[in-house]
Write a protein that binds this ligand. Structure first.
Ligand code: ZN
Length: 141
């Protein structure tokens, strides 16, 4: 599969407004975008560290995926996302390798990326996301 880099690390937090000051004031990163992804029942805040982003995730609904995650396990690392090229083909590849998929087809994630999740039971307990920036080259973030 050969991902090009770690696109982002997703971190579940109770509150963006409580967590953002740690990333800005202590780590010295800049929050460059806050976006609600209604589909996922989350509000996200993004920071850049080199080629990798930190994606903070605050639930907007206790029954949503992040709400349930925090209810069960508390705040913490929720997923890791690998940047790939041709995500449709990569999904077929991992499926053929026997990996269980959460998303059999890519869908739209934050920042307009095409994303798909692999099941943590097939990935040694780490919820794993593949993502592809189909806008890359258009001068977008
Ligand atoms: Zn993500």
């Amino acid at each position: 599969m050969k991902p090009t880099h770690i696109e982002h690390i997703g971190i579940a937090v109770n509150s963006l407004s409580e967590a953002i000051p740690f990333y800005e004031k202590v780590l010295g990163l800049k929050c460059y975008s806050i976006e609600e992804v209604a589909d996922q029942k989350v509000k996200t805040a993004f920071f850049k560290v080199g080629m990798t982003k930190i994606e903070l995730l605050e639930s907007t609904d206790p029954e949503g995926p992040i709400g349930k995650f925090i209810g069960k396990r508390g705040e913490g690392i929720h997923h890791i996302a690998f940047a790939v090229e041709d995500i449709e083909e990569k999904l077929r590849e991992v499926e053929a390798a026997g990996v269980r998929l959460i998303d059999t087809e890519p869908r739209r994630g934050a920042e307009g990326l095409s994303i798909a999740f692999l099941h943590p039971r097939s990935t040694f307990g780490v919820l794993t996301e593949l993502c592809e920036d189909k806008n890359r080259g258009n001068n977008q973030l």
